[in-house]
Design a protein. Sequence first.
Length: 150
Amino acid sequence: MTKTLLVSALENGTVIDHIPCDRTNDVITLLKLNQLTSTVMIGYNLESKKMGKKSIIKIANKFFNDAELNQLAVIAPDVSLSIIRNYEVTEKKRVELPEELRDIVKCANPKCITNNEPMHTIFHIIDKHSRVMRCHYCEKEQRIEDAKLK
């Protein structure tokens, strides 16, 4: 039996692997992949020894900076990233939760100014291990897993 690729090889670009299936749309939204003009290939419900089922996204001719990629730690902390150049993996990365989150998630406090005025949200990560953040404006603390994307 011969093995075949389900998705064609990428000449240049970024591969985001080990995405939990229920977070695939959040990754697309967060990285604004629907606004790109380059090819974006999405594999959904793929077999994974590590996760059971996973998603993978291949983005042709797009290289994200660390700040963009580290946003993924909010919704998919265990993704792996591969940078592809001339069909070869030239770099592998893991996402890391940044010290501050800007305009990524909403504040859970309905009385927070960010929920009542058109303004940016800012959260400070106060505990990376337990994934707790604090709103810059109202100081409400919440777990990152409980946050809703903006």
